[in-house]
Design a protein around this ligand. Structure first.
Ligand SMILES: [Zn+2]
Length: 417
């Protein structure tokens, strides 16, 4: 029996159309928020498909849906393939769901070809990967690796429902989180297929992306204190205008992010408040957040240093006072060279392949705490994601599935010896 994965484009297209049709009809775009009836309905659809291909289905303590295919060697820790079926509000049809469907399609083909794996295979639909009403993302994968704290479980949504109770709505058992948490060595490898959610593959004309890591993120809050005053009567040289001072810092961030580093960096000011925000008042106070992302923590530290120096300079030159405080930070995940090479070899059999970092967070951030992770990206048309226009050609999704299945077979062999 030949060990290559078939195209089966029609079957994948039907799966994507069926699953992406289960949405909140009142909300914009393709909305399937976690813990809602639409998410639970999509779970029913998945459970049926998982059972149809012989998977042993269960829901874990963190409410993740898991289908298991038994391996030949019960002593080997399982290999996991996963993604998510929850969406952002007004999201698209491909983000997350293609990764779960890929797992199911791979199992179907393994069955059809009567291929037994040495490792057991787990296909996972993680709960609430996207940023949630509870203020955190990747809730299911956090829970799976023991990274949901009591404080996290006490977080509430707009209706005052604690996360602990929301997990129960999706079939979770928060009291069992600690005992069920995966530890290092419990999983041999975690693999995921996802849309790129950016323009790089399309613009460089590559069909498949091998993810080299998931960027680390630092967010900082900057407060610029000047002096509000009359916009007509205060001469220019007597002003302490907070907004031009803040503007210098916004441009400084762009400048430092445009420098050359060993790894790509990006910097963004996406949020700014001007006080008192009147057309005829000199801004007395400006508050803005900036975030920076890179695989290289040193590059991020260099950027922060640059911003601190710039702040000192602007304080002196404009006679305003400026504070900067770190709001949050997450460490970068580096995919091991072994995994990158294994995934890359599989991808190259099916299409033109590019190595690239993931600028967005994924469940892999959490799984990396207990296992090696590998990810494959397929192109996003016009680089668009988290919107109804999000699109990836079915033929490209299929190439991703073939590459993922082939990578699974090679790692199943390599990790058995
Ligand atoms: Zn996603």
């Amino acid at each position: 029996m030949t060990k290559t994965f078939e195209k089966n484009e029609k079957r994948i297209e039907q799966d994507i159309i069926a699953l992406s049709a289960i949405i909140d009809s009142v909300a914009p775009g393709y909305t399937r928020r976690p813990f809602t009836k639409w998410h639970l309905e999509s779970r029913e659809w998945l459970i049926r498909e998982m059972k149809n291909c012989g998977l042993d289905v269960r829901i874990d303590a963190a409410s993740n849906l898991i289908g298991k295919r038994q391996g030949v060697n019960p002593e080997l820790p399982p290999i996991m393939i996963g993604s998510h079926t929850d969406s952002v509000v007004g999201g698209g049809r491909f983000d997350g769901i293609i990764g779960v469907l890929a797992g199911i399609e791979i199992v179907r083909q393994l069955n059809e070809k009567k291929i037994e794996l040495a490792h057991s295979l787990l296909i996972v639909d993680f709960t609430a990967e996207e940023a949630s009403e509870f203020g955190i993302s990747t809730i299911g994968s956090r829970g799976m690796v023991g990274n949901l704290t009591e404080a996290d479980l006490g977080r509430t949504n707009a209706e005052g429902l604690p996360l602990r109770n929301a997990l129960k709505v999706a079939g979770g058992r928060p009291d069992d989180l600690e005992t069920e948490a995966l530890k290092v060595g419990d999983i041999s490898l975690y693999l995921e297929l996802h849309i790129e959610q950016g323009p790089v593959l399309e613009q460089t004309q590559h069909e498949l992306g091998v993810v080299t890591g998931i960027v680390g993120i630092q967010r900082h809050k900057v407060v610029v204190e000047g002096q509000a005053n009359h916009a007509g009567t205060t001469p220019m040289h007597m002003r302490f205008d907070a907004l031009p001072a803040a503007s210098e810092l916004v441009l400084a961030l762009e400048e430092v992010a445009n420098k050359t580093y060993t790894e790509q960096v990006v910097g963004t000011v996406g949020r700014m408040f001007v006080e008192p925000n009147g057309a005829n008042v000199i801004p007395g106070r400006v508050v803005f957040d900036f975030e920076i992302r890179s695989l290289d923590p040193h590059a991020l530290d260099q950027m922060v240093e640059y911003m601190k120096n710039k702040i000192a300079h602007v304080e002196t030159s404009r006679k305003v006072s400026i504070t900067m405080n770190q709001l949050s930070h997450s460490d970068a995940i580096i995919v091991s060279e072994d995994v990158v090479q294994g995934v890359e070899k599989s991808c190259q059999r099916f299409g033109t392949t590019l190595r690239l970092p993931s600028g967005a967070g994924h469940d892999g951030n959490q799984l990396a705490k207990v296992a090696p992770v590998g990810m494959i990206f397929v192109p996003s048309k016009n680089g668009k994601s988290h919107c109804p226009e999000e699109w990836t050609d079915y033929a490209e999704v299929v190439k991703g599935i073939q590459a993922l299945g082939t990578a699974l077979l090679s790692f199943d062999k390599a990790l058995s010896v």
